[in-house]
Design a binder for this molecule. Structure first.
Ligand SMILES: [Zn+2]
Length: 264
């Protein structure tokens, strides 16, 4: 984008210069050369990008047991529950509220950068959608990538984030690009000061075969488990707006790094 902007700024400056040097009282104004060639030769602006953000779970899941426990395709020939209620901090701050708030913050960052954002749910008091629907959301939106947002509920002694991707891969998007996306998210969270998990995965990454939302994606998809909500220190971070904003900035940065590496 910088080259076209420079060219556009240069044009009036050049016109002003020509006008000044040619402005003798009797001299006719010289023909003005408009440097259109520099504009035409500039690279095309980056294409518009679309990102699907998938805030995990939903606020109504806890009171919709039949709907949430019905079996749906898991993307590997089996089935699994439509969804779950998610976890919470010991003080009762629920994962669904955390992921909903976080998704809105990530969306704000991405939209400010000109990225279109689609969410898999429209509120925090509904039910679902099921994991298979979330898994297909990326391709149905024509998105460049999908990021699912979660937080874990592990033993209180464990802490740190991990980023999951579908493995073994089931399609071309999963075989390389999804791993790259997971790596970009991991790097950005690390750069944002968040520690990698000390209880699961390896080096902040977790290949998973059991996540239907990742298995069914045919665009690059990754799932961020931001923190262990049962760990007191991390519970404090996810429960605070400032903490969520730090997660959002890091996740948006990781997404933008991945988008910047896509072919035009
Ligand atoms: Zn979750």
């Amino acid at each position: 984008m910088s080259a076209p902007r420079r060219a556009l700024v240069l044009t009036p400056a050049l016109l002003l210069l020509v006008a000044c040097t040619g402005a003798g009282p009797a001299a006719p104004a010289p023909p003005v050369a408009v440097p259109t060639s520099s504009v035409a030769a500039s690279p095309a602006p980056a294409p518009a990008r679309t990102v699907v953000l998938d805030p995990g779970h939903n606020g109504g899941n806890g009171s919709a047991r039949a709907e949430v426990t019905r079996q749906v395709p898991d993307g590997r020939g089996g089935t699994k529950a439509c969804n779950t209620t998610g976890t919470s901090t010991d003080a009762g701050y629920p994962e669904h509220a955390f992921t909903w708030d976080l998704a809105g913050r990530v969306r704000t960052h991405l939209e400010a950068a000109g990225v279109a954002v689609v969410l898999t749910r429209s509120s925090d008091d509904g039910v679902g959608p099921c994991v298979d629907e979330r898994g297909r959301a990326g391709q149905e939106a024509g998105a460049d990538l999908v990021v699912s947002l979660h937080a874990d509920g592990a033993a209180a002694s464990g802490h740190g984030f991990h980023v999951a991707y579908s493995a073994p891969p089931l399609n071309a998007a999963q075989s390389g690009p999804a791993v790259d996306l997971a790596g970009d998210l991991r790097d950005a969270l690390r750069a944002g000061g968040f520690p990698t998990s000390d209880y699961t995965g390896r080096d902040g990454l977790a290949p998973r075969s059991d996540l239907g939302g990742l298995n069914l994606a045919t665009v690059p998809a990754a799932l961020v488990e931001c923190a262990n909500m049962r760990n007191a220190e991390e519970a404090a971070v996810v429960s605070a707006p400032e903490g969520r904003e730090r997660y959002a900035a890091a996740i948006a940065a990781g997404i933008r790094t991945f988008l910047a590496g896509l072919p035009a």
